[in-house]
Design a protein around this ligand. Structure first.
Ligand SMILES: C[S@@+](CC[C@H](N)C(=O)[O-])C[C@H]1O[C@@H](n2cnc3c(N)ncnc32)[C@H](O)[C@@H]1O
Length: 479
């Protein structure tokens, strides 16, 4: 019995049946994991990347983990196209299918369409076995029949995707690039059709893993462990992983570097130098750690609403002896609601990296596009505005507040800033272009044209147009 298969996450599958004669599992570890994760993403609204990198899957062989990741993210990226294939070949409407059945179908159709190295019979057979294991044995012949029909007429995704992604119409773009049309329509309106096309293309591709080096010798340590790196696109302290499973290195466990998209690193760089810093929405802690590394002498308070996420923050930020020089020594972690901050003190730097829709991170979190509804933006805006208003009360005179999101939607960005400033005129907006030029002069920002990272006086990175996630940031200075 495979070790991994006894440690399945969902609890819906507790064992993997073995073929009676050989002791080979009927379902490979990669497909077991992919099925379980996809099931939980749909049933519990979990996040795929959190599950993929959770402890449950720590001991899965590297090749199996890589395939599981490709299957999970591929299915989520292309879900609407896969569903349309299934709908064409199924006598049952999709809404009537049990989630276990639909998940097994999606998994196989993705392999049939996209992974030419996997024989069709293996993809079909293992999905049939998966529904049996999920105690949906009676659906096995149905799954088999649908998949055989799909396999007979399957088109690989890239061909159909690229040929119809000519940008001629927003609706075509939404359908062919597997995005909800309402989102693509908004991006085309806000940024133009050409940029919307780039965003969609970026979202459907596997993004590079970016890291932030925490010490001068981090890079050498990683190379010694066989990791191949290339320079970052935006920042001198960033590297892109070209080869190797970076999360499994001793250098990662010892805290020599942090995995962090370059746009997120850039937001933390905009916080600049601080003596007393407050991070209002801190978990999992990527930006807190970056602020601490830049300001080893600073006193930092990191606030997080959810106690389990505050514990995660604690783990990430605990001082690591082997990463001396990394400044995590003076961070106080507080589980509290940033809408009602419990501090009398004022801070010279405050970061409000607020909860948001995440539409700037769809290449890493493709499930978001299937969950988000237009109406959610208004709820998010209310929460963001409450956090921002409360954060503004913590800024010392002459101090700065950095408001940021990983959303492409103006409701969560410019509109929040406009409303907050209308309610409290004791702040002025600092032009991000000036701050980026300063970072460029200091050798930190290596991107040659900072104006392509801004929109008006705000930071505005766009996936595909820039080689990073889509982040927004505004800098407000207390008068
Ligand atoms: C965008 S994430 C922050 C990412 C983090 N700054 C980083 O770089 O790793 C937003 C975080 O805010 C937390 N959060 C949501 N509502 C909050 C509130 N009212 N007060 C404090 N934290 C909150 C969420 O649980 C989540 O961990």
């Amino acid at each position: 019995m495979n070790v991994f298969s006894t440690r399945l996450a969902s609890g819906i599958l507790s064992t993997v049946k073995t073929k009676s004669r050989e002791s080979r599992p009927a379902v490979s570890p990669a497909r077991s994991a992919a099925f379980d994760i996809l099931f939980r993403v749909e049933r519990d609204s979990s996040y795929a990347s959190e599950l993929l990198h959770s402890r449950t899957y720590d001991r899965v062989a590297q090749a199996d983990h890589a395939l599981a990741m490709e299957l999970v993210l591929g299915v989520l990226r292309w879900r609407s196209l896969l569903d349309s294939d299934i709908a064409h070949s199924s006598a049952q409407p999709l809404e009537k299918l049990d989630l276990e059945v639909l998940t097994a179908l999606r998994l196989a159709v993705y392999q049939l369409r996209q992974l030419s190295r996997i024989p069709a019979r293996a993809a079909i057979h293992e999905s049939v076995e998966l529904v049996k294991r999920a105690r949906k044995r009676s659906a096995a012949p149905f799954v088999n029949a649908v998949l055989r029909k799909v396999a007979a007429g399957v088109e690989p995704i890239p061909r159909s995707f690229e040929s119809s992604m000519d940008g001629s119409s927003v609706r075509t773009l939404g359908a062919s690039s597997a995005h909800p049309p309402w989102l693509v329509e908004r991006w085309a309106e806000a940024y133009g059709l050409e940029v919307a096309l780039k965003i969609c293309q970026y979202n459907q591709s596997i993004p590079a893993t970016a890291i932030r080096l925490r010490r001068l010798d981090s890079e050498v340590k990683l190379r010694m462990e066989g990791i191949e790196l290339a320079p970052g696109a935006l920042l001198s302290s960033a590297r892109l992983v070209h080869l190797g499973e970076i999360r499994r290195t001793a250098a990662f466990r010892s805290g020599f570097y942090a995995i962090q998209d370059e746009a997120s690193q850039l937001v933390a760089a905009l916080v600049g130098h601080a003596a007393y810093a407050l991070d209002c929405c801190a978990a999992p802690g990527g930006k807190t750690a970056a602020i601490a590394d830049r300001n080893p002498e600073a006193n930092i308070v990191a606030v997080e609403l959810h106690p389990h996420r505050a514990a995660l923050l604690q783990r990430l930020l605990r001082p690591q002896p082997s990463a001396q020089g990394a400044g995590t020594g003076k961070i106080q972690i507080v589980a509290a609601d940033a809408r009602d901050l419990p501090f009398a003190a004022k801070f010279d730097r405050v970061l409000a990296d607020v909860p948001c829709s995440g539409t700037g991170t769809l290449s890493r979190n493709p499930e978001i596009k299937w969950r988000l509804a237009y109406a959610d933006l208004a709820d998010l805006q209310q929460r963001q505005l409450s956090i921002l208003r409360s954060a503004m009360n913590q800024v010392a005179a002459g101090g700065r507040l950095i408001y940021s999101t990983c959303s492409l939607e103006k409701e969560e960005n410019e509109n929040v800033i406009d409303q907050a400033l209308a309610q409290d005129p004791s702040f002025r907006v600092v032009d991000c272009r000036l701050e980026l030029r300063k970072l460029q002069r200091e050798g930190e920002l290596i991107w040659p044209d900072p104006s392509t990272l801004t929109r008006g006086c705000y930071l505005r990175t766009l996936p595909g147009a820039n080689a990073c996630d889509g982040f927004f940031a505004a800098i407000l200075e207390k008068l």
